[in-house]
Design a protein around this ligand. Structure first.
Ligand SMILES: NC(=O)c1ccc[n+]([C@@H]2O[C@H](COP(=O)([O-])OP(=O)(O)OC[C@H]3O[C@@H](n4cnc5c(N)ncnc54)[C@H](OP(=O)(O)O)[C@@H]3O)[C@@H](O)[C@H]2O)c1
Length: 232
């Protein structure tokens, strides 16, 4: 009986928070940080000197990732843009360099849906860069037709979660040594979606062919598995 009351209370609390979240989103209501959905990246980073920081932003060839890379570059950070093709990365680099002439941008090749590509990127980054302070796991695809990655994993799950999980694991030692050597704490940011609220939290459904919104919702709840195991 008590269990059912607790379950119902939890469900009501979660539903209320989802409704409040969706309600506040279009109006840009501020959260505890003082920023809200209407805050821009420039506002959030105003006064920040990132000159000595190195950041990797996945999915920086478009959308949120591109703007994140632009503003990090504006604040002086050394920004790595992993792109599916060097050509697409180069185009973004040129367009960002036009907007921020002082930018320090580096394009490298990586396809997050491919485990071997992620491994190659990490190996190349770890051997060519001394420090990594910020990792922004932002790239994502959504509700695309069902297909498998070259490793036989559903493509959204492979790209949005598995690729980022492997990438983070392979860069973690570099981030820890950076923090030790510089005395500056690192940050890993996993971009998710409110769609995680629609997940039932199960993973077994990944093994079969089901419509892709549930897969997207489920994997958007996956950043939970990135929980603080190793403090940086
Ligand atoms: N926009 C929204 O309203 C919204 C809402 C909720 C959550 N999100 C989340 O926010 C993140 C960014 O969204 P967005 O709207 O900015 O996306 P977007 O404009 O569609 O850009 C997606 C980025 O991910 C990259 N990407 C896709 N597959 C990749 C792969 N296999 N390997 C490497 N990079 C890959 C794309 O590279 P290419 O240029 O090569 O395609 C592109 O740079 C996503 O995780 C998304 O789920 C967005």
């Amino acid at each position: 009986m008590l269990e059912r009351v607790i379950d119902n209370w939890w469900l009501a609390r979660e539903s209320a928070s989802a409704v409040m979240g969706l309600w506040s989103w279009p109006w840009g209501r501020q959260g505890p940080s003082g920023f809200g959905s209407a805050s821009t990246a420039e506002e959030v980073t105003a006064g920040v000197d990132a000159t000595n920081l190195t950041a990797i932003v996945t999915g920086a060839t478009n959308g949120i990732g591109k703007e994140t890379a632009r503003v990090l570059a504006l604040r002086g950070a050394n920004v790595i843009i992993p792109a599916r093709t060097l050509e697409s990365g180069q185009k973004v680099k040129e367009s960002l360099a036009d907007q921020v002439p002082s930018s320090k941008l580096h394009v490298m090749e990586m396809d997050l849906s491919s485990l071997s590509s992620v491994r190659n990127f990490a190996q190349s980054f770890n051997s060519s860069h001394k420090h990594l302070n910020i990792l922004i796991n932002n790239a994502g695809i959504m509700a695309c037709p069902y297909q498998l990655s070259e490793d036989g994993i559903e493509l959204q799950f492979a790209t949005n979660h598995v690729g980022h999980f492997l990438l983070t694991s392979l860069l973690l030692d570099k981030m820890k040594s950076t923090a030790r050597e510089t005395g500056v704490q690192g940050r890993i940011i996993n971009v998710s979606s409110v769609a995680h609220k629609r997940s039932d939290g199960t993973t077994h459904s990944l093994l079969i062919h089901i419509p892709n919104w549930p897969i997207f919702s489920m994997q958007m709840s996956c950043p939970g598995v990135f929980r603080k195991k190793d403090a940086i």
